[in-house]
Structures are given as C-alpha cells and as structure tokens.
Design a binder for this molecule. Structure first.
Ligand code: G
Ligand code: G
Ligand code: MN
Ligand code: NA
Length: 258
C-alpha cells in the first residue's frame, strides 16, 4: 500500500473518524470534557492509529486537509449531540505542532464553528511542547487570536519538551496537561515523582493555569493526582478513547465509578 495515496482517498470519504476520551474533575468525579482522538479505518489494513499517519500527513502536506476533516467531524458531532438533547462537554482538539504557527489557523477554526453554529467555548485546543522555537512569535500571535475568539488552549505533554519553563511564561494558554510519563511512576516507591508533579501543579496554578493529569491507569495514581491538586484527569482507568456513540452514554451526568 502507498500510505500517502491511501490517506488522500480516506480524506475524501468517511474513513477518518474521531474517538473521544473522557476527562473528569478531580473535585467530584464529574465529566469535564473529552479529548478528540482521530482514527483511520482502512478497508484492508483495519484501524490505523494516528502515530502512523499524523507524521506522514505532516511530511506530505496533507495535514491541513486532515485537520479540517477532524474539526468538521468534531463540530458536526457537537451539533448532533445538541440536536438530540444531549449536553456535550468541552471537546479538546489536538493541533499539529507543524501548523500552530500558521496565521490562517484561527480563521479556519472559526469557519468550522460558524458552519455548524457552535460557540468557540465548546472547543479547547491542545498544542504540544514541541511547537518550534523558530515559529514562536507566530505561535504566540495565533494563540492570542484564539484567546480573543474565546477559545482556551492547553499545552499538551508538558514536561517532555526542552524549554518548558520559557514556553510557559511566553505562551498565552489556559491549561497544562502533565505528560503521562510523570503520572506513570507515581507511588510510594518514588516520592521524587510526587514532588515533581506537586511542583508542576503549584507552578501552573501560580500562573493561573488549570492542570490535567494524563495517563491515569491505576487507583493508586488516581489517589495521587487528587492529593497533589490536579484539577482534571484522564486515562485508561476511566476510559480509553471510544467511538462517539459510546461516548454519548457518558453524557447523562454520570460520575466516575457510578
Ligand atoms: O489516540 P492515540 O493515543 O493513539 O494518539 C497518538 C498520538 O496522535 C498522540 O500524540 C495524539 O496527540 C496524536 N493525535 C491523536 N489525534 C490527533 C488529532 O486529531 N490531531 C493531531 N494533530 N494529533 C492527534
Ligand atoms: O499526545 P497526546 O497526549 O495527545 O496523546 C494522547 C494519547 O494518549 C492517545 O494515544 C491516547 O490513547 C493515549 N492515552 C490516553 N490515556 C492513556 C493512558 O491511561 N495510558 C496510556 N498508556 N496511554 C493513554
Ligand atoms: Mn492531546
Ligand atoms: Na497528551
């Protein structure tokens, strides 16, 4: 298979779909949002995960089109949920690091919101720490546009990049997602790990940012992220990313564990 050509075909059809992974408030276990995670259903190859095709799309120049398809999918889904009487929580959409410095991006997002009659606050955008230093001024400009539009931005995978602290100070963002590698090792055997997470939470809160713990897989990790003051949490302990029709079942106001 020529994956690039196959992706081109997929972008013209219904083969690209979006799964949703729920996020919960640590304070009361209620649903706070969901992260949109793209999936590609190939007729012969089966389910292809984004680690395989996002980098490909970035190299091949198909990322713009892929991003439009994902945003259209998410905005349409929010509209459909509302039409059937469901209240969708805020949906986080990942933006490719390669695209964040693009000055056209805010207009593209606004067009999708308008097309489906969705207000900007229904979305949250996730950017990764690997946004290039080279495009830093452009990135700041783009994020300021999003802020004026009323769309919050999260810094994803926090702690894995190289310039975390200078980014935090410069980027106009509202949320910080602690990378799952920090959550994985939380436990009595590794008190240093709790110290690191605790420091990140304090730093973020002092900067006025909300903190999301990613990759919570065990009850013990859950205990730690609550104790350490994270505001929201997400991970396999609660749910993997699931198709929209399965995510819908969570929209009735249920708490984790109920
Ligand atoms: O969904 P999964 O856990 O397999 O995601 C693997 C990687 O692909 C993660 O780094 C995730 O951020 C990225 N990814 C998933 N969905 C999207 C998307 O819609 N856009 C972008 N740019 N990246 C995504
Ligand atoms: O890079 P980003 O943080 O957007 O990546 C999200 C990825 O993390 C998705 O591939 C998603 O499936 C994965 N993920 C979500 N929760 C967990 C978890 O609890 N454990 C692990 N190992 N991966 C997770
Ligand atoms: Mn993410
Ligand atoms: Na992440």
């Amino acid at each position: 298979f020529h994956l690039r050509r196959e992706l081109g075909k997929a972008l013209e059809t219904e083969a690209i779909t979006v799964y949703y992974q729920p996020k919960y408030r640590t304070s009361d276990g209620t649903l706070s949002g969901a992260e949109a995670l793209v999936r590609w259903h190939h007729p012969q190859l089966g389910l292809i995960t984004p680690d395989r095709f996002i980098p490909l799309a970035e190299r091949s120049g198909q990322i713009d089109q892929l991003e439009r398809v994902i945003l259209d999918n998410v905005c349409r889904q929010i509209r459909d949920w509302r039409a059937s009487g469901l209240t969708a929580p805020r949906i986080s959409v990942n933006l490719s690091a390669a695209r964040v410095s693009d000055p056209q991006l805010p207009d593209m997002v606004q067009r999708h919101l308008d097309r489906h009659g969705i207000e900007p606050q229904a979305l949250l955008l996730e950017i990764t720490e690997s946004v290039s230093i080279k495009g830093m001024q452009e990135t700041i400009g783009t994020l300021e546009r999003f802020a004026r539009m009323g769309i919050d931005v999260a810094l994803d995978d926090f702690g894995t990049g190289h310039s975390s602290l200078s980014y935090l100070e410069q980027l106009p963002i509202q949320q910080l997602k602690i990378d799952r590698s920090f959550i994985r090792d939380l436990g009595p055997a590794m008190p240093q790990q709790a110290a690191i997470v605790s420091s990140i939470v304090t730093l973020a809160h002092n900067l006025g940012l909300d903190v999301v713990a990613e990759g919570v897989e065990t009850e013990e990790q859950l205990h730690y992220v609550v104790e350490l003051g994270c505001d929201e949490m997400q991970g396999y302990l609660f749910s993997r990313a699931v198709p929209a029709d399965r995510f819908e079942r969570l929209l009735g106001g249920m708490r984790y564990g109920e």
